[in-house]
Design a binder for this molecule. Sequence first.
Ligand code: SAH
Length: 471
Amino acid sequence: MRLIMELKKNQEIILKIDDLGNNGEGIGRLDGYALFVKDALPGETIRARIMKCNKKYGFARMMEVLECSDSGRVKPKCPVARQCGGCTLQHLSYEKQLAYKEKKVKDCLVRIGGLDAEKVEWLPILGMETPWQYRNKAQFPVKMQKDDSGVLRPVAGFYAGRTHSIIPVTDCAIQHPCMKEILDTVLSWMQEQHVTAYDEVSHRGLVRHLYIRRAYHTSQIMVCLVLNGRQISENLQRTLIEKLSGIQGMTSIFLNINTDQTNIILGKEMILLWGQEYIEDRIGEISYHISPQSFYQVNPVQTEKLYQTALEFAGLIGEETVWDLYCGIGTISLFLAKNAKKVYGVEIVPAAIQNARENARLNGIQNAEFFCGAAEEVVPRLAEELAALADVVVVDPPRKGCDGVLLDTIVKMAPARIVYVSCDPGTLARDVKLLGEKGYEVKKVRACDMFGQGGHVEVACCLQREDKANP
Ligand code: SAH
């Protein structure tokens, strides 16, 4: 390619942006060569500086917006929005964020999934009423950093995009305001008690991360300090408990032990320091116990809308056997149980399955049964052992999508409908293509915005087996 040979690091170019990438970066093309530019928006012509060029695409830094037509640019609410790696779309109006997410889902399903757009009912994206202060979970890295007067202090915040340097932020615009009080409390305890923060280069220092969860409906709070060490003195435990337990809603204080040299936040061992082992929240009419290791959606208001959509797509009349694969703490399973004859949930994390069973009891639900293990191992075995029928299968896998063995097993179980809930339209499209080749046609698609100000999108898809009638 002629052009790449010509582009040099630090060279300035004029670029028209016409698309957004998966992480919210603007994409512009020079002679067909794609350049990704963070903070640039479609509709803008910008001055940019070349940072890096690969064979097929390159990266440039946004220097100045020269011209702009209906790009939807707004002033970010958060003063560190540009440096922080958390929110990738704060500079885009919320209305345009929703339009972008809707388009991304459709593009993936048509381009990668091979869907005929005309044959699918594209329901409008479920947007948030207030796309701020919505998150119920935060994981803040902690580090020793010099303040303005040169004194080394513990700070917490977020990693700057693509790096491990911390931007101190305690009042994040998308987190619940209680997070600030908790962070300030723990940081002042560290300072008073001379507790050090972890340094990933020397692998020394104690506090690595602060992991916080808050239940939306009950306001219960869980705090977990991730430590690079097995022991903290009784005095430290007592002073920490004294400080944190005074915060309104504090329900559960954990220590997590993670002495590995790793980027993974939580270590295997959890020690309950104070309070109870779970917090309790509700989605719709169902109550849930949530342990620190269990997955729980981060946006409680939107989660209810997403599950409501899954329920509609499942089209239950009360006589069905439903499988909820990748079920976490049984959230979707129990949400569907009152409209089904039987629900089976499968999940890999033992603490989550324990929560799921407790949650069934807590809600007096007797027609739900839960199995622990990898879905791709457990489901083929159970399908045979139980000679289990499946009228509807719900899957809600992590970003990498469903395992191929699992998809084959689902096809063999031959449910009339599959409800696919996904947090990655790319892998959803890949899996839907495969299911399409085996006789499942996508009927309805609805995106749901769980991550306002960020680039990720959640989507629910209803697939119908061609030889089985509609409900
Ligand atoms: N449906 C739940 C959880 C969805 S998140 C909810 O809405 O809350 C995806 C879940 O899949 C996580 O709980 C994760 O622990 C689980 N998981 C990941 N890999 C798995 C596998 N191979 N088999 C079963 N569960 C898995």
